[in-house]
Design a protein around this ligand. Structure first.
Ligand code: ADP
Ligand code: MG
Length: 685
C-alpha cells in the first residue's frame, strides 16, 4: 500500500478522536493531510522589544518571565492568569483568558518569544492570550510565517499544524513528484517536497510564492490532463458521420450572404459532422455576429441527410424567438420545425412529443422541456445549445443521451476566455465569429448621473418620435424588498413612466415573475412595434432581436456586471439605425464608475469579459447558477489565468505524446487524473 494512503489516525499525536474531527475537514489519509492547504497565513516574522510595542498590533516580542503565573477566578466560566515579563527595555503583563493550562507552564527566569495582541495602557503594555516558545527552540509558532487552516471543533490551529508537520516528516522523500522534470525546468517550478513544506511552513515570503506557483501549476496541470484524457476517450466513441449534402440551395435561400467568419464557422462544422467522432464545437461570437444562421446551416446539413436536430434555448422568450427566426430560415427548404416549451398546453406538448418520436419533426426548438423523460427522438443527430453556459452539465448530458452519440454545437455570446471555455465545456473545438455583418452600427455608450434625468427623457422621446423603440432595463427589485439604495421596483418604475413621464406613449413591462404567456405577449407587442418603450429586467439580456430598437437605457448600471451590460447593449444596433446605450448611475462608488467609464470606451466583448473576470471572479462571470468550473484547492480561475494557460499547453504536449498516460513515468499523473475524475463525477465534461 502507498504510504500516502495511511489513515490520519495513525499519525503521531492524532489518534482516533482527532481523526474524526479531521474527517469533517475531508482529511482521511496522509495524502489528504499534506494536501490540506492553509487558507491564509499569519506573518509573525516581526520581533519587537517591549518598549516598541504599539497598542492594537499583533507581533512577536522576546522577553524573560519575571513573576510566577497568578490565576484569578473572575466568575464562573472566566479565569484569568497573569504574569510579568521583561526585557532590557521595559516590563509588560502577559494575560491569559481561560488558558491557565498554557500559562502555568511558564517558568520564571526563562526567556521566551511571545506572540499576541498588544493592549494595556501607555507605559504598561499587556500582551493578550500570547502563544510562546522558548527562545532557543526552533521557531514554530513565533518568528515566522504561520499557516492558518480551516478549523473545526476539536482541532486547534496548533494541532492541525503539528499533525501536518508530523505528516510531512512521515512522507520523508516519498512525496510524489508527478510533474515531469522537463516541465518543471521549463516553467521554473519548485520540487514537490519544497512546495509542500513551504506552503505549510514557509521559510519566507519568497519561498511561499515559489511553493504556491508550483502547486497552482500542478493543480491546473492535472485538471488539464484530466480533461484531455477524458476527451481522448470520448474520441474513441464512434459518432455518426453524416453525409454532408449540397449546401448551395440553403445559401441561396438566405436573405443575405454569409460573412467570411460565418462561412468559416460553417465549414468547421460541416467537417466535424462528416467525421467519425461526434462533433463537440463551440461557436463563439459577439452579440449580433450572426450565430443563429450558422446553427441553421448545421441543422440543414443533418436534416437533409435524414436525421433530426434539437435546439435548446435558455428561456421561453428566446425559444420562441429562435423558433420564429429558424422557421424563416429553414421552412423554405422544406424543414419541418416545431416548438416544445414548458408553457405549452399538455395537449400541444403531447402532440409535439409524438411528432418527435415518429420523426415528423426535423428540428425542435425548446427549453429545458426538451430534457424531460417523456421526450424521445426518432433519430437525434445534432444538438445545438444557445447561450450554453446557462445550462448545467447534467442537463446537457441528459439531452445528449437522447441520441446515439449526437453531434453537439454550443453557441455563446458571452466571450469566455478560451482558457476557461476549455474547462467549462470540456475540450471543445472553437470557431470564433470575429466579424459583424456588414452595415452594423457600433453602439455609442454614455454614462450619466441622476441629474441628467430631464435630458434623458427628452432623448427617449426623440427616438420614439423618429419611429424607433426604446428598452429601459432595471435591476430586478421586488416592491416589498428592503430598498437601501432607493432602488425602484420595476413595476413601480413602469407605472411612473406610464402615468407621469410618458402618458402619451405606449409603455410595456416585462419581468421574470410574469407568466410565460403574458411575457410572450408583451415581447410580441414590442417586436411588432405596438409598444414604444419596453421596461424590463434582465430577462431580455440574451438573444432578443428587435432591429427597430435603437436606444437602450440601463438604470442603476452599477448593479450589473460588465458582461451583462455588454449583452444588454447588444440588444440595440441590430438594425440600420444609429444606436445608443445610456447607463444611468445608481449609488455605486468610484471603482464602479471607473468600471463603467471603461465599458463606455470599448465594444470588444472579449476585453470586457477578461476585465469582468478580473474584477468579479468566475462565479459571477458565469452567473449565479452552476458555473461548470470544478472546485480548486489552491488555484483560482480568476487570478491565475496565465498559469492556467501554461499548464494547458504543457498538458497538451504531454497528452499528445502519451494520450492514455500509459508510459511508466506518467503513472503517478495517471493516478491523479483518475482521482480527479472520481472526485468530479458529473461536473467535468
Ligand atoms: P447573435 O450572434 O447575437 O445570435 P443573430 O444570429 O441573432 O446574432 O443575428 C443578428 C442579426 O443579424 C439578425 O437580425 C440576423 O438576421 C442578421 N444577420 C446575421 N448574419 C447576417 C449577414 N451575414 N448579413 C446580414 N445580416 C445578418
Ligand atoms: Mg443569438
Amino acid at each position: 500500500m502507498d504510504k500516502l494512503d495511511t489513515r490520519v489516525q495513525y499519525i503521531r499525536g492524532v489518534g482516533e478522536q482527532r481523526a474524526k474531527s479531521f474527517e469533517k475537514l475531508g482529511v482521511e489519509t496522509l495524502r489528504d493531510l499534506v494536501m490540506f492547504l492553509p487558507r491564509a497565513y499569519d506573518d509573525r516574522t516581526q520581533v519587537k522589544t517591549v518598549a516598541e510595542l504599539q497598542f492594537g498590533e499583533s507581533c512577536c516580542v522576546s522577553a524573560t518571565v519575571a513573576t510566577p503565573p497568578k490565576l484569578t477566578h473572575v466568575r464562573k466560566g472566566l479565569e484569568i492568569t497573569r504574569c510579568a515579563a521583561v526585557d532590557e527595555t521595559a516590563r509588560m503583563t502577559l494575560t491569559f483568558f481561560n488558558r491557565s493550562y498554557t500559562a502555568k507552564n511558564l517558568i520564571p527566569g526563562e526567556s521566551y518569544i511571545f506572540y499576541g495582541r498588544v493592549a494595556g495602557r501607555i507605559g504598561a503594555p499587556e500582551l493578550l492570550n500570547p502563544v510562546m516558545e522558548l527562545e532557543d527552540r526552533p521557531p514554530e509558532v513565533t518568528r515566522r510565517i504561520v499557516p492558518v487552516y480551516r478549523a473545526t471543533a476539536g482541532l486547534s490551529q496548533r494541532m492541525i499544524a503539528s499533525a501536518v508537520r508530523q505528516g510531512l516528516a512521515m512522507c520523508g522523500d516519498e512525496l510524489p513528484e508527478q510533474l515531469p522534470k522537463a516541465i518543471r525546468e521549463r516553467y521554473r517550478l519548485a520540487q514537490t517536497r519544497f512546495a509542500y513544506e513551504n506552503i505549510h511552513f514557509p521559510r519566507d515570503t519568497g519561498s511561499l510564492e515559489l511553493a504556491r506557483r508550483r502547486l497552482i501549476f500542478e493543480e491546473f496541470f492535472v485538471l488539464s490532463c484530466t480533461l484531455a484524457f477524458m476527451r481522448s476517450r470520448q474520441r474513441e466513441k464512434s459518432g455518426r458521420g453524416i453525409h454532408v449534402p449540397d449546401m448551395a440551395p440553403f445559401y441561396a435561400s438566405l436573405p443575405f450572404a454569409l460573412t467570411g467568419a460565418q462561412r468559416r464557422a460553417v465549414e468547421d462544422i460541416l467537417r466535424d459532422l462528416g467525421g467519425q467522432t461526434p462533433m463537440s464545437r463551440l461557436v463563439q461570437g459577439d452579440v449580433g455576429s450572426g450565430k443563429t444562421v450558422v446553427a441553421a446551416a448545421a441543422a440543414y446539413a443533418v436534416i437533409k441527410d435524414g436525421h433530426q436536430a434539437a435546439f435548446m434555448a435558455p428561456t421561453e422568450i428566446l425559444a420562441e424567438q429562435h423558433f420564429a427566426t429558424l422557421t424563416k430560415l429553414l421552412a423554405p427548404s422544406g424543414v419541418r420545425l416545431d416548438l416544445l416549451t414548458g408553457g405549452l398546453t399538455p395537449k400541444r406538448k403531447r402532440e409535439a412529443q409524438a411528432k418527435l418520436r415518429s420523426g415528423e419533426t426535423d428540428l425542435v426548438i425548446g427549453t429545458h422541456a426538451l430534457i424531460t423523460d417523456s421526450v424521445e427522438f426518432a433519430d437525434l443527430a445534432l444538438i445545438i445549445a444557445d447561450e450554453q453556459h446557462r445550462f448545467g452539465v447534467q442537463q446537457r448530458a441528459a439531452l445528449t443521451d437522447k441520441g446515439d452519440a449526437p453531434h453537439v454545437l454550443v453557441m455563446s455570446a458571452t466571450p469566455i476566455p478560451r482558457t476557461l471555455a476549455l474547462i467549462v465545456y470540456g475540450d471543445l473545438d472553437v470557431s470564433v465569429i470575429d466579424e459583424l455583418p456588414p452595415g452594423r452600427q457600433t453602439v455609442d455608450t454614455f454614462l450619466v448621473g441622476q441629474d441628467k434625468r430631464e435630458r434623458l427623457n427628452g432623448f427617449i422621446r426623440k427616438h420614439v418620435s423618429q419611429g424607433r423603440q426604446v428598452f429601459i432595463v432595471c435591476p430586478a427589485v421586488e416592491e416589498s424588498e428592503e430598498n437601501p439604495d432607493g432602488l425602484k421596483s420595476v413595476k413601480e418604475y413602469a407605472r411612473e413612466l406610464r402615468e407621469k413621464v410618458f402618458p402619451d406613449l405606449r409603455v410595456g413591462l416585462v419581468h421574470g415573475k410574469l407568466k410565460p404567456k403574458e411575457k410572450n405577449q408583451v415581447m410580441e407587442d414590442f417586436a411588432a412595434g405596438r409598444l414604444d418603450i419596453l421596461v424590463a429586467t434582465t430577462v431580455i439580456e440574451v438573444g432578443v432581436d428587435v432591429p427597430n430598437a435603437a436606444l437602450m437605457v440601463v438604470e442603476n448600471a452599477d448593479r450589473f456586471g460588465l458582461s451583462q451590460l455588454h449583452q444588454l447593449r447588444g440588444r440595440v444596433g441590430r438594425g440600420p439605425y444609429k444606436s445608443t446605450c445610456v447607463l444611468v448611475r445608481g449609488g455605486g462608488g468610484d471603482t464602479a464608475v471607473e468600471r463603467l467609464r471603461a465599458f463606455c470606451r470599448t465594444n470588444d466583448g472579449f476585453r470586457i469579459a477578461e476585465e469582468d473576470l478580473k474584477l468579479r471572479g468566475p462565479g459571477d462571470f458565469f452567473g449565479s447558477r452552476q458555473s461548470g468550473l470544478p472546485d480548486m484547492q489552491i488555484a483560482s480561475f480568476a487570478t491565475d489565468l496565465d498559469m492556467l494557460r501554461s499548464a494547458q499547453t504543457a498538458a497538451k504536449e504531454l497528452l499528445d505524446a502519451d494520450p492514455r498516460l500509459q508510459a511508466p513515468e506518467n503513472a503517478l499523473l495517471r493516478q491523479s487524473v483518475t482521482r480527479m475524475i472520481e472526485r468530479n463525477r458529473g461536473t467535468l465534461n
